[in-house]
Ligand binder design. Structure first.
Ligand code: ZN
Length: 596
């Protein structure tokens, strides 16, 4: 049996550091190459020594596919390609190619210049790495080599996020990256063909959550922000540079306008402008509403939202600040948090998932004090709110995707171990297919069915089409093609029997199956035959049932009645050739039931 082998180097029963090795049909593919935000040591990057301890990875990897620009999916890419060594192709969509290097550079600065991390990639390495990137368009089939084919599908989630369909020979796999099955204020919903892959590797961040309606969450969010502003508090919203930030900005901007609010909203990002430019540049990737209104007004030119300056941190009075990064693990959002946390009038709203080890994760789990590396202790008196605005599919969405693409097997990654285990059970029960949840470094081997491609001769196809099309359309009707398999020049061809005989120069012999049925029917045999003829015509309205010289025939099935005209006992002979097996047994059972 052919096999698929999958080994996560990251994101196996965990969120962060997504990196999954896939082997199929002699090809090795790396799916994502992310970093872990919860670690500062060597655990932040995937353990590439799993692939080889000896020199560059190029001989061992046929291609790398990056699903989207989030750093937990691409943050280790320059390290992998420039420091470990990889010269093969790296595939990603155009927006990802444009945005990823900016986020990588930003992260590099924070890690090296602010935290003083060693053994990190340089700006030049990011540039060298990006030269190896091949940008792909949605639904465009790309041949990596003569056997390995990939295709990107829209994933929602963030600008440029894609799911990838990967095919080698008769085996195929879909890797979702992060995706969202419901459209939001700025992006559409994920979509994929009914491609029936051998394996669907899906993220499972919200494996156990079925989220309430988006509208409720938005109302709740606005209410909480408004209440905090009213009591003179400050609201901190840690975000990633691109994605939820834009969505929440659109939300607040509209609300401020409608409620005529005066408290300032700041967007604390050097990246904002660049980010918004990307949304303008890749407007076709956003949802329909934004595309429509774009003609009159750019949704990303905000009236109430102003750029933030660090000096504003200590300003008196209420304000709302969006700051990066989203998990409070470094940078400006963390600086502001330290200042505002001890005041109970203030509020922090976490709009997305936080990985273990980050300050965001700690306070979401109710920590009232947070200790930092320099022994600084910050008391958390501000209210901490969590609102899942992050654009991941929830349990319902994951089930929906499985229904859409009908995989033979499912593998869950990018989720916490217990949550994944729970959803795994549910998937196995509901769809009756295998579901896998490997840990990091654990290899799952999945066997796939043997598929042998065969040609069908043109005359056979034509005659079949003629027969099939003569009948009224019915999607449930089975379409059976009869023929003989002929091996020719190492190819297998399905041919019409007569055609094959002619080609091989042999005579055709036909074997008929004959059954006899004893029935009681007074009167001459001919009248019994007439009765059978009427019965078959009634039961087989779609078929040509003919009657000639005392014999009834339907296709190759022949029915004949014999017996003494003065005696009621009659013998009915039913015979057919093997290609009318279905029809023959049906007619036989009809006549049998008559005889009883
Ligand atoms: Zn993501």
């Amino acid at each position: 049996m052919p096999e698929l082998k999958v080994t996560p180097l990251g994101a196996g029963q965990d969120v962060g550091r997504s990196c999954i090795l896939l082997s199929m049909g002699g090809k090795n593919i790396m799916l994502d190459c992310g970093m872990h935000m919860g670690y500062n040591d060597e655990r932040r990057f995937p353990d590439f020594s799993y692939i080889t301890n000896d020199g560059p990875l190029t001989p061992y990897i046929d291609c790398v596919i990056i699903s989207h620009f989030h750093l937990d999916h691409c943050g280790a890419l320059p390290y992998m390609s420039e420091m470990v060594g990889y010269n093969g192709p790296i595939y990603m969509t155009h927006p990802t190619k444009a945005i990823a290097p900016i986020l990588l550079e930003d992260m590099r600065k924070v890690s090296v210049e602010k935290k003083g991390d060693q053994n990190f990639f340089t700006s030049q390495m990011i540039k060298e790495c990006m030269k190896k990137v091949v940008a792909v368009t949605l639904h465009q089939s790309v041949m990596v080599d003569s056997e390995l084919e990939i295709k990107a599908y829209y994933a929602g989630h963030v600008l440029g996020a894609a799911m990838f369909w990967i095919k080698v020979g008769s085996q195929s796999v879909v890797y979702t990256g992060d995706y969202n099955m419901t459209p939001d204020r700025h992006l559409g919903a994920a979509w994929i063909d009914k491609c029936r892959p051998d394996l669907l590797i899906s993220e499972a961040t919200y494996a156990t959550t079925i989220r309430d309606s988006k509208r409720c969450r938005e109302k709740d969010f606005l209410k909480k922000v408004h209440e905090c502003i009213d009591r003179g508090g400050k609201v901190l919203i840690p975000v990633f540079a691109l994605g939820r930030a834009q969505e929440l900005c659109i939300l607040l901007e509209t609300y401020w306008e409608r409620m005529n609010l005066k408290a300032p909203i700041y967007f604390a990002l050097g990246l904002t402008e660049k980010a918004n430019n990307y949304y303008k540049m890749f407007i076709t990737w956003t949802n329909q509403k934004i595309r429509k209104t774009f003609v009159q007004r750019n949704m990303f030119d905000f009236k109430h939202i102003k750029p933030f300056d660090k000096q504003y941190i200590d300003n008196p009075g209420p304000m709302v600040v969006f700051a990066t990064p989203g998990m409070l693990h470094a940078g400006l959002s963390l600086t502001i948090f330290k200042k505002w946390a001890p005041n109970e009038n203030n509020m922090i709203i976490m709009p997305g998932f936080c990985v273990q080890g980050t300050v965001g994760h700690k306070i979401l789990n109710g920590a009232k004090k947070v200790e930092f590396e320099n022994r600084q202790v910050v008391e958390v008196k501000m209210s901490v709110e969590y609102m899942s605005f992050s654009a991941h599919a929830d349990a319902k969405g994951i089930m929906q995707l499985i229904q859409y693409c009908e995989p033979r097997n499912v593998m869950l990654v990018h989720g916490e171990a217990e949550k994944i285990a729970f959803l795994k059970e549910k998937i196995q029960q509901e769809f009756n297919i295998n579901c896998y949840n490997p840990a990091n470094g654990e290899t799952n081997v999945i066997s796939t069915p043997v598929k042998i491609p065969i040609d069908v001769s043109l005359p056979l196809l034509k005659s079949e089409a003629k027969r099939f099309n003569a009948l009224p359309p019915d999607p449930k009707r089975r379409r059976i093609l009869h023929g003989v398999l002929v091996m020719k020049d190492n190819n297998i061809c399905l041919m019409d029997v007569d055609e094959a005989c002619k080609e091989a120069g042999i005579n055709r012999h036909v074997i008929r199956f004959t059954s006899t049925v004893a029935i009681n029917d007074t009167g001459p045999s001919l009248s019994t035959a007439h009765k059978l003829h009427s019965l078959l015509k009634e039961k087989l309205p779609q078929w040509a049932v003919t009657f000639a010289e005392g014999e009834i025939s339907v296709e190759s099935v022949l029915v004949k009645v014999e017996g003494d005209d003065t005696e009621p006992q009659k013998t009915v002979y039913v015979s057919w050739t093997n290609q009318d097996e279905d029809l023959g047994s049906f007619i036989l059972s009809l006549i049998n039931s008559m005889g009883q």
